[in-house]
Design a protein around this ligand. Structure first.
Ligand SMILES: Cc1ncc(COP(=O)(O)O)c(C=O)c1O
Length: 380
């Protein structure tokens, strides 16, 4: 028997309490019993997003939320500024072009964080830019962009909104949606929210709603205005993913019990211990910019194929991690620590990585990375 462990940057493990909540008998979304549940999760999401605005709940993967964050705010011909530092930044560019926007891209070398000054300069040069699109955590490189600094910059541009893909950031590290001026924040269910894939969540600021009033793109399913009008009445425009919403109710109870600070501290401690353990084991972290506390990208040691590490973790030890994407394929592998994970998942990840490397003939002293992480994880 091979016990399975899910250490990929989504989907992530789902707690048993949440699985049980989702196994409850189906209820009807137009029946009165749905109303208080939906009301409770809407309030919980505002708490989690640190916003006073509505957080829309959509039945889709995260990309559905991203698509809506383009189609609801931009008209064909509108200018968009896209920060592209990896696979998901690239997706912003593709989405904007799909809806006819004129895209200016700030290309960031993979592994680096964007320099906020470049964004400030681009906005100064072209004040007609309607929206800036960025990742808070670029999962393909395991690097964050400083969305707090970007929020400060975009706040000073009355005609521009900041759209943040927080799909592997929200619920991992602090994101003060309102206080930092993050106009649109998107996340998905299968990451730090500890649910199966299938829900996207989008918060929208007043400034962004004003832009939506003028936008001429159309989207029938991802129509944010119609969703808002319905969701304010504890309804959804279309059939919601009812069981997932029951699961979300349980997730929010768990997160509230730990508290936002507690969640962020746990995630930060695990990420730090993993990174330091990796270094102690003689490997290098890929990130040159600020590393994300959601997932860690690790350089494959010279002469070792990153895909073989990722594959052997799964085949020999039952651990599903992730490889590198595009030009990073074979060069890095990624271990996630976001969501329903604790200290021993970090130990497990390091122990198995050391064993895989040794198995591949790379000189590694077993236990070195593990010992370092143990020390760090004992600290309160
Ligand atoms: C940063 C980021 N953005 C967008 C997505 C796309 O989300 P989905 O696959 O749920 O559509 C992902 C998924 O891994 C992600 O990590």
């Amino acid at each position: 028997m091979l016990k399975r462990y899910l250490l990929a940057p989504g989907p992530t493990p789902v707690p048993p309490e949440v699985l049980l909540a989702m196994a409850r008998p189906m209820i009807h979304h137009r029946a009165p019993e749905f109303d208080p549940i939906f009301q409770e999760v809407r309030e919980g999401l505002k708490w989690l997003f640190q916003t006073r605005n509505d957080v829309l709940i959509l039945a889709s993967s995260g990309t559905g939320g991203m698509e809506g964050a383009v189609s609801n705010f931009l008209s064909p011909g509108d200018k968009a500024l896209v920060i592209n530092g990896g696979k998901f930044g690239e997706r912003w560019g593709k989405l904007c072009k799909t809806f006819g926007a004129q895209v200016t891209e700030i290309k960031v070398e993979w592994g680096h964080s964007v320099d906020p000054k470049q964004v400030a300069d681009a906005l100064k040069k072209d004040p007609a830019i309607k929206a800036v699109y960025v990742q808070a955590s670029e999962t393909s490189t395991a690097v964050t962009h400083d969305v707090k600094a970007l929020g400060q910059i975009v706040k000073g541009c009355p005609e521009t909104i900041l759209v943040v893909d927080a799909i592997t950031a929200l619920g991992v590290f602090d994101l003060k949606t309102d206080a930092w001026g993050l106009d649109v924040v998107i996340t998905g269910s299968q990451k730090a929210l500890m649910l199966p894939p299938g829900l996207a969540f989008v918060s929208v600021s007043e400034k962004a709603w004003q832009l939506a009033e003028k936008a001429k793109n159309t989207s029938f399913y991802f129509n944010f205005k119609r969703e808002k009008d319905n969701q304010q009445k504890n309804q959804t425009a279309f059939t919601p993913a009812v069981s997932m919403i029951l699961g979300l109710q349980e997730v929010l109870k768990m997160l509230r019990a730990e508290g936002l600070d507690g969640v962020f501290a746990r995630q930060a401690q695990m990420a730090h211990a993993l990174r330091e353990g990796v270094k102690a084991a003689g490997m290098e972290i890929f990130a040159k910019g600020t590393p994300s506390d959601a997932v860690t990208a690790i350089n494959a040691p010279a002469g070792v194929d990153g895909q073989a590490i990722y594959k052997n973790l799964r085949v020999q030890y039952g651990i599903t991690a992730a490889g590198g994407q595009d030009h990073l394929k074979g060069k890095i592998f990624r271990l996630s620590h976001m969501g329903y994970l604790d200290r021993f998942d970090v130990i497990l990840a390091l122990a198995a990585t050391e064993m895989v490397l040794k198995g591949l003939g790379h000189p590694v002293t077993l236990g070195k990375g593990v010992a370092k992480a143990q020390e760090l994880l004992m600290a309160k």
